[in-house]
Design a protein around this ligand. Structure first.
Ligand code: NDP
Length: 383
């Protein structure tokens, strides 16, 4: 793939100290086989693997193959329905409501975004809501499906409660991300994809696997004190409901904690309340004792409904150029457009492989053997 600006090898974040590099296709095949071995239909297994490996290609290791175990366990304990009958239960022309029948979130997400794209092609804009779904991984994956067809894609979802609502303690809100993808005349597309908490919990999971420390400002305990230090301990406190992530903006109102929790609340209202799914602390976990009933929303915008595509491209490229020409902060490495770092990381990793921490690699092989998959995962480089 050709990128429209100077290409250089770059990864975000830089790989962990002890890592192995694996080929993305071989990784995808292994992960697909793991889910197939559990009885997941071939196409669905491929989609789950593609979403996970795409996260690693983009440098979002928190939502990459380190999450394979989560869905494996959800399937094993039958809290996720691998034979879900996903169906449209309401259709109003520009809008639809899908019942995911407690299936895997990734294939449901793809189906819902494909419907949103078809509708936006006809009507200009669309909104497809989903109830009775499960965790679907990186929200940006689905928004990019719209970009592939030349449309703007918007994806939001609620998720298991992990975040403290502003001025409260304890886990109430999900990390409820929003992802907006916008086409450009040549790659990379614009992709803004972010949790509405300071960090997603997957980041603390990764820190815990790498033996790293959580910095002050991400987590509060039930007394309202900032919790930091050993990520394993912090993760344990969050999992046992003795601590919560902070919303985007952090503690209190001073730096905008009310805006992060406000955004998460609104995302929950559209994807959870309006869809008929669960909301707030009613949303379950993949490895839970009841269906998670996650809710999502997918929207697509047909640029041609508003202006000629050429005009749009000219305008967005002018805007990007204006941003790129701003006076850079002296300590910043470079001025970035959302999605650029992810795209460059993907280009790099398609070429030289995906770095996996040794613990993540070993866990993956262990899961494969547990479910009866004998396929090897070749190490192409070891550090
Ligand atoms: P990040 O904080 O890593 O990045 C957020 C966005 O900001 C990205 O689009 C990123 O682009 C952009 N960005 C980063 N640095 C800059 C910069 N200097 N200038 C301009 N733009 C920049 O994301 P999060 O950690 O919040 O989220 C990670 C993932 O977790 C997301 O994919 C999200 O969908 C997923 N998630 C999923 C949940 C679920 O329940 N399914 C819950 C919570 C999160 P780039 O990638 O190019 O750096």
């Amino acid at each position: 793939l050709n990128v429209s600006f100077e290409y250089y090898e770059r990864e975000k974040p830089i790989p962990p100290e002890e890592y192995v590099r694996v080929n993305h296709l071989e990784l995808k095949e292994l992960v697909t086989d793991i889910y197939k071995a559990l009885g997941v239909p071939d196409r669905d297994a491929e989609i789950v693997a593609d979403v996970l490996v795409t996260a690693d290609l983009f440098g979002i290791s928190s939502h990459g193959v380190q999450r394979v175990r989560r869905y494996v366990e959800g399937i094993r304990i039958k809290n996720v329905n691998i034979n879900a009958k996903v169906r449209v239960v309401r259709d109003f022309g520009t809008t639809a409501l899908i019942d995911g029948d407690n299936g895997l979130g990734q294939p449901i997400g793809v189906k819902a975004m494909e419907l949103a794209i078809e509708k936006a092609k006809i009507y200009g804009v669309s909104l497809v809501l989903v109830k009775n779904s499960n965790h679907f991984g990186i929200a940006g994956y689905y928004s990019l499906k719209a970009v592939e067809k030349g449309l703007i894609g918007i994806t939001i979802t609620n998720s298991e409660n992990l975040v403290a609502y502003v001025n409260t303690v304890g886990r109430t809100l999900g990390t409820n991300p929003i992802a907006v993808a916008i086409p450009r005349p040549s790659p990379p597309p614009i992709l803004f994809d972010a949790a509405t908490s300071v960090v997603p919990v997957g980041k603390i999971e990764i820190y815990s696997k790498l033996g790293k420390k959580v910095p002050p400002g991400w987590v509060i305990d039930l007394e309202g004190n900032i919790l930091s230090g050993d990520a394993k301990e912090v993760l344990k406190a969050i999992r046992s409901r003795k601590a919560a992530l902070l919303p985007l903006g952090g503690l209190g109102e001073e730096f905008g904690g009310h805006k992060g929790s406000g955004l998460a609340f609104i995302i929950d209202t559209i994807s959870g309340i309006l869809s008929g799914a669960a909301w707030g602390y009613h949303v379950g976990h993949t490895i839970g004792t009841r269906p998670a009933n996650v809710g999502h929303a997918f929207a697509a915008i047909n640029i041609e409904a508003f202006m000629d595509k050429d005009v749009f491209f000219e305008r967005i490229e002018t805007y990007v150029k204006e941003i790129k020409s701003l006076k850079k902060h002296p300590k910043a490495d470079r001025i970035w457009i959302p999605g650029e770092k992810a795209w460059l990381t993907m280009q790099t990793r398609l070429k030289i492989g995906i770095p996996l921490h040794k613990n993540v690699y070993n866990e993956l092989i262990q899961i494969a053997r547990e479910v009866g998959v004998t396929r090897e995962l070749r190490i192409i480089k070891q550090q």
